[in-house]
Design a protein around this ligand. Structure first.
Ligand code: NI
Length: 387
């Protein structure tokens, strides 16, 4: 066993998690959480600055020169009511840590404390970013990256706790997309209403809308390389009130997932063309709100294999798995603009272990025994990277 493992502050970490869980804060409003984190880091002897009002960047310089690795935790909660019966359930009405960001924050604080205790033997620098606003587009990561404060970092790693995976197991996409991008659009079509028996007097927005929906089925099938993951789904279509009235407007919204930036841009351009041309053809006008949310998280091969090897070293081979691509999205993707990245999933417990509710569910819970495995993986990855 590694000698530093006994230095992991397990009880404190769980107490910190309970504190964050009881006092959740919404995206861009993580004032108390950031203050708590800042004070803890300083008490470990780690220098801190605030890249934004509610984010904290800690820097731990080892005694020798070397590379720099950045570890990331997100700190924000969700605007929803917790329904769990946990003794430390949220005390804030309508706000809850139902994505586990409270656990990420506690795990990274414990990692920071362990590494701070090894300062004298570290060859290089460890940075810790406690990030605000992962849950709200455009996200906190982009804002932090744009400050330039992360320049000079050589690798970035982050983890997300995940129910329905074995407690304390680590899952890593070894190379390429770990998540998809999550874009979408809202489209209002303006036609011209008329009597259902006199279509010649109107511009039927249902016809325009359904033509658009149909043509959209060709975007992935005809413009994306076969085998590449891409999804275009119209999830909402509303128009009309009665069988004998041609309505004057239609509305639709869609979700678009991709893993490749070029394809992402190509799909957006193609969809805009289809909407514009179809509306023109039928004489309708439209209002389109196309939303680019987070890009796909693209794991770097070398950093991912470092994480996998490090996790195996401290957890054992049977606790480390290759992850499939997740259809979720994460603003961790933006750190790739700074350095190669690896995002991993930490098992928060399976349904059999009592943790069957997914992230963002009001009954979301995870096993606290998992946290220490997250700390071990983070610490060992840092040690191996700086070695
Ligand atoms: Ni999350």
């Amino acid at each position: 066993m590694k000698s530093w493992i006994k230095d992991i502050p397990v009880e404190e970490m769980i107490a910190w998690r309970h504190h964050f869980h009881q006092h959740p804060e919404l995206s861009f409003k993580e004032y108390e959480t950031a203050k708590f984190v800042e004070e803890k880091l300083q008490s470990f002897g780690i220098e801190t600055i605030r890249p934004t009002e509610t984010s904290v960047l800690g820097t731990l310089k080892g005694n020798k020169e070397g590379k720099t690795i950045l570890l990331r935790a997100d700190m924000d909660a969700l605007p929803m009511q917790e329904e769990s019966t946990l003794p430390f359930a949220s005390e804030v009405k309508g706000v809850a840590h139902t994505c586990g960001h409270d656990t990420h924050t506690a795990i990274l604080l414990a990692t920071a404390q362990v590494l701070a205790g090894m300062k004298d033997s570290l060859n290089g620098t460890v940075k810790f970013i406690f990030q605000h606003a992962e849950e709200l587009n455009p996200g906190g990561a982009k804002e932090i990256v744009e400050t330039g404060l992360l320049n000079g970092v050589d690798a970035v790693i982050g983890l997300h706790i995940m129910p329905n995976l074995k407690t304390g197991s680590i899952h890593v996409m070894p190379e390429g997309p770990a998540t998809t991008s999550a874009d979408g659009f809202y489209l209002h079509i303006q036609g011209k209403g008329s009597h259902g028996s006199m279509p010649q007097n109107g511009i039927d927005p249902i016809i325009v809308g359904t033509q658009i929906v149909n043509q959209m089925q060709t975007v992935v099938s005809r413009y994306v390389t076969p085998g590449e993951l891409a999804v275009v789904s119209v999830g909402e279509f509303k128009s009309g009130d009665a069988p004998n009235i041609i309505p004057d407007k239609a509305f639709m919204s869609a979700s678009i997932r991709t893993v490749n930036e070029e394809t992402r841009q190509k799909i957006a351009a193609r969809i805009k063309e289809i909407i514009d041309n179809t509306c023109q053809t039928y004489g309708a006008t439209y209002d389109l709100d196309y939303i680019f949310s987070y890009p796909a998280v693209i794991n770097d091969k070398n950093i991912s294999s470092l994480v996998i090897d490090s996790a195996k070293e401290v957890l054992g081979d049977d606790m480390v798995f290759e992850a499939a691509i997740s259809s979720g999205s994460e603003d961790f993707a933006y750190y790739r603009q700074v350095a190669p990245i690896c995002f991993m999933w930490l098992g928060g417990g399976t349904a059999e272990e009592g943790c069957g509710f997914a992230n963002h569910h009001p009954n979301f819970t995870v096993k606290e025994e998992a946290f220490v495995e997250g700390v071990k993986t983070e610490v060992q990855t840092v040690l191996n990277f700086l070695k």
